[in-house]
Ligand binder design. Structure first.
Ligand code: ZN
Length: 149
């Protein structure tokens, strides 16, 4: 089924923006398939929910930066503390990174909102219109500008 990730409704025949399949979605899918609970839906954001989704995406990006900085500080503190004590403990060294990874995972699991394509398309059409392919070429420099901000 083709569903909207915000309202969970079927978007067949409606105007909706496809969700970019990334590694996180791939991982969630693989986990679900392992437990045999995969729905194998195609993911979209319907036009009515675009604003809601963009807010969630922004909030996710902000919390990822926040937790990323937090994780880095925790790892540095733990390793710094170990070095100050004068003893190199490989177990403490590894657990510092594991703790850091868990902090990042926390942000991912509870806040994750995937990226979406730039342009809505009518769901159910087999091929993309020509304009979309042109937009795709211009997309990359634009993305860089957004990330610098
Ligand atoms: Zn929706």
């Amino acid at each position: 089924m083709k569903i909207c990730i915000i309202c969970q409704k079927d978007v067949e025949g409606k105007s909706a923006i496809p969700v970019k399949e990334d590694q996180i979605i791939g991982t969630i899918r693989a986990v679900k398939q392992f437990f045999h609970i995969a729905a194998n839906n195609e993911l979209y954001v319907c036009e009515d929910d675009v604003q809601v989704h963009l807010e969630r995406r922004k909030s996710f990006e902000r919390s990822l930066i926040f937790f990323g900085v937090l994780a880095a500080i925790v790892v540095l503190l733990l390793i710094g503390n170990m070095l100050l004590s004068g003893r190199f403990d490989i177990f403490a060294f590894i657990s510092a990174f594991v703790i850091g990874a868990f902090i990042l995972l926390f942000a991912l699991v509870f806040k994750y909102a995937p990226a979406i394509e730039k342009t809505p398309s009518l769901v159910g059409k087999p091929s993309l219109p020509l304009e979309l392919e042109e937009l795709d070429k211009e997309e990359k420099p634009q993305e860089k500008k957004v990330r610098k901000r």
